[in-house]
Design a binder for this molecule. Structure first.
Ligand SMILES: Cc1cc2nc3c(=O)[nH]c(=O)nc-3n(C[C@H](O)[C@H](O)[C@H](O)COP(=O)(O)OP(=O)(O)OC[C@H]3O[C@@H](n4cnc5c(N)ncnc54)[C@H](O)[C@@H]3O)c2cc1C
Length: 379
């Protein structure tokens, strides 16, 4: 058993970290205020091979492992978890195109997904179904020209911003086996968007409803087989859960590093506040929790990479553990900054807001417990 990163993995982390520090961190607060991420950023990220992280090389991707990908997301989220998490969603879609798309679908969409000329969003949630995603109602009715897509997706990261959407829709019965995955392009007749959601965090990412009304979808835009869309969507989520965990850890590391420096400089009662043992214990607790979360995340990623039978359970457990640890740490870091932690200039309050949603999306942490408990009971 070897817990060290390889030289190549360290280089991947360093490359993503330095890109984030140079090109994302200086602008993160401004993008949050503007409520959007400049589209010009994405081709630069794609040029580093970060748009198709686990798309195999023969399909033009980087062919990295899930563990490698967590390093990228941890490194980028040290600059801004909202930007990093958005890239994770695009990667999830790119992987779905590569893994399940026919040759024709891949040729049509993958090259531009890998350069991020086409930015992708993932549309599963609906106004009436979130955790119970298989209850979705969006319908794709077969026509002579392909499909006619009608329904509403809610909370879509990149809604009204992205260039194309992977949409899970019903082509068959009311069960999970009646769901298929289809690609719809921006500009399709009948495709419209709700108003911009006013959110607590992830504010640089536009979130809107995606509304489809009789949208004509060509047959080659069906990913894989009819009726397998829910399975594909869930397979994407295992990796998504690892990525979102990594985003929590990167942001928590940034907050902890900043807090150490702040506590050294800040004086109270005649000494640096890092000299109070009660606060030192809190620093130690945060470090222990962060290190434990990182090891757990990498173990879960390794399970997914090696297709271990309990990979889904481990991805769920790591997601619950890491996202809650991340939120606890950034909240403590805010507290240790005193009143300054509450000010936007110090960058900590943004992390508290950004990380909160990691406990809700990619499956809520209650659902992560449900997956874990079911696996325990099945044994
Ligand atoms: C900022 C943001 C961005 C998002 N981006 C996307 C996106 O890009 N694409 C997309 O498809 N979705 C996206 N989502 C949606 C997200 O995945 C859902 O919000 C999430 O899955 C929860 O669904 P819900 O909001 O309908 O809550 P519900 O499913 O209604 O859950 C409400 C509460 O009940 C709990 N609960 C539900 N069922 C159970 C159960 N069986 N046992 C115990 N507790 C349960 C939940 O944990 C939660 O606490 C996004 C959400 C947000 C907030």
């Amino acid at each position: 058993m070897d817990f060290a990163l390889s030289e190549e993995q360290q280089a991947i982390f360093d490359m993503a970290h330095s890109f984030g520090q140079d090109n994302i961190a200086p602008h993160a607060q401004q993008w949050e205020r503007e409520g959007t991420i400049p589209k010009a950023l994405w081709p630069e990220i794609a040029a580093l091979g970060l748009a198709g992280l686990y798309v195999p090389e023969e399909h033009g991707g980087s062919g990295l492992s899930r563990l490698d990908a967590t390093l990228v997301f941890e490194a980028l989220s040290m600059a801004c978890p909202s930007v990093a998490a958005f890239l994770s969603i695009h990667n999830m879609c790119a992987k779905m195109l590569s893994a399940f798309g026919s040759d024709e679908t891949r040729e049509k969409y993958l090259p531009k997904a890998l350069t991020m000329e086409t930015v992708f969003s993932y549309c599963l949630t609906e106004p009436g179904s979130g955790s119970d995603a298989a209850a979705l109602k969006t319908k794709a009715t077969k026509t002579n020209e392909g499909y006619s897509l009608t329904g509403t997706k809610s909370f879509i990261s990149g809604g009204g911003y992205s260039d194309a959407y992977v949409v899970m829709a019903r082509t068959g019965d009311d069960t999970a086996r009646g769901i298929s995955a289809l690609v719809i392009e921006d500009g399709t007749e009948g495709l419209s968007f709700g108003g911009l959601e006013d959110k607590m965090g992830w504010r640089s990412q536009p979130t809107r409803q995606v509304q489809m009304d009789g949208c004509k979808i060509p047959p080659e835009n069906l990913l894989g087989e009819e009726g397998k869309g829910f399975k594909y969507a869930m397979m994407g989520l295992d990796g998504g859960r690892l990525n979102i965990s990594a985003c929590s850890l990167g942001a928590a590391q940034t907050a902890l590093t900043a807090t150490l420096a702040y506590m050294h400089d800040r004086k109270a009662f005649g000494q640096s506040i890092d000299q109070f043992q009660a606060l030192q214990f809190r620093l130690a607790d945060m470090e222990i929790e962060l290190q434990a979360a990182r090891v757990f995340l990498r173990q879960a990623a390794w399970k997914l990479d090696t297709q271990a039978p309990d990979a889904t359970q481990f991805c769920a457990m790591a997601k619950k553990f890491c996202t809650e640890a991340g939120s606890r740490i950034v909240d403590q870091c805010l507290q240790l900054h005193g009143g300054y932690g509450y000010l936007a200039d110090y960058g900590i309050e943004k992390l508290v807001r950004d990380l909160r949603v990691h406990q809700i999306l990619e499956g809520t942490n209650e659902i992560m417990r449900m997956i874990t408990a079911r696996a325990m009971l099945a044994k």
